[in-house]
Design a protein around this ligand. Structure first.
Ligand SMILES: O=C(O)CCC(=O)C(=O)O
Ligand SMILES: [Fe+2]
Length: 262
């Protein structure tokens, strides 16, 4: 096979994910649970690049820019994070989940230093009355996490309620309120909290309506480096669409047609 060695080298350098399977079975799990975890999916070069970019965003965030915060508009502040919006492997994964017609919605860094308090239980919304329009978060847990150390947790099946108003401070609060008496609409089993763990390089998919929260980061732990890219099927307004008009107009190779609201 005659392959251009320079191109082969660039392809290797730019590789984002290791090989993975997202077939019918994996799809079923995502649709039934509301989330799907790929342990260690990010390549080591992607982990290096992401750590550098997210450290930079973290430094920038010390001088907060009201209304255009580096953590909330992360791809607008860093060229590598920008380049991932339309990375071929990213778009392939987003389309495996959502189908062909997709839009980019946001890129938010979720760095959590030692002592970070995590975040209470919540859900997000999009097209709440029409499940044909999907909205997926693709989390990159660059250096991973332990369940009790900045760990993501979720409630399998909760997304099927498409309830945007789930709120609770603690696991016990959630169990005594929103979870009480609720069952999985497909299996009839009582809904339960699931704590996740993630080795370095883990990627997690999550449907936007899933109930989820994050445990505090231990005081002596290093910073949990994390960024989320969100994509959706167009057709409805989107509340979390954090894109400035300038960025929407910017020419990003491969991102043509991804930036518009509808
Ligand atoms: O920090 C995390 O792991 C998750 C944050 C979160 O709830 C979100 O981005 O929707
Ligand atoms: Fe969230």
């Amino acid at each position: 096979m005659s392959q251009n060695p320079v191109k082969a080298c660039l392809d290797r350098r730019d590789s984002l994910f290791h090989e993975y399977t997202f077939g019918e079975q994996e799809r079923k799990t995502l649709d039934s649970d509301g989330h799907f975890v790929f342990p260690g999916l990010l390549t080591s070069i992607a982990q290096e690049n992401l750590t550098r970019s997210l450290s930079y965003i973290h430094e920038l965030s010390r001088t907060s820019k009201e209304g255009h915060e580096p953590n909330r508009f992360s791809a607008e502040y860093d060229i590598y994070l920008e380049s991932l919006i339309a990375h071929p492997q990213m778009l392939k994964l987003a389309r495996q989940v959502l189908g062909e017609d997709i839009r980019y919605d946001h890129c938010v860094s979720l760095n959590r230093p030692g002592g970070n308090r995590g975040i209470g239980w919540h859900s997000h919304g999009y097209s709440d009355d029409d499940p044909r329009l999907g909205f997926v978060r693709i989390f990159f847990y660059v250096n991973g996490f332990e369940p009790d150390d900045g760990g993501l947790k979720a409630v399998p099946g909760s997304h099927l309620y498409r309830d945007t108003r789930i709120h609770a401070q603690t696991d016990e609060d959630l169990q005594e309120s929103w979870l009480a008496g609720r069952t999985h609409p497909e299996t009839g089993d009582p809904l339960e909290i699931q704590t996740l763990s993630a080795p370095p390089g883990t990627v997690a998919l999550m449907w936007t309506h899933a109930a989820h929260g994050v445990n505090p980061r231990k005081p002596d732990s290093d910073t949990r480096w994390c960024v989320v890219y969100a994509y959706r099927n167009p057709g409805r307004p989107s509340g979390a669409r954090w894109i400035t008009p300038e960025f929407e107009r910017k020419s990003i190779p491969g991102a043509e047609g991804l930036m518009a609201l509808y």
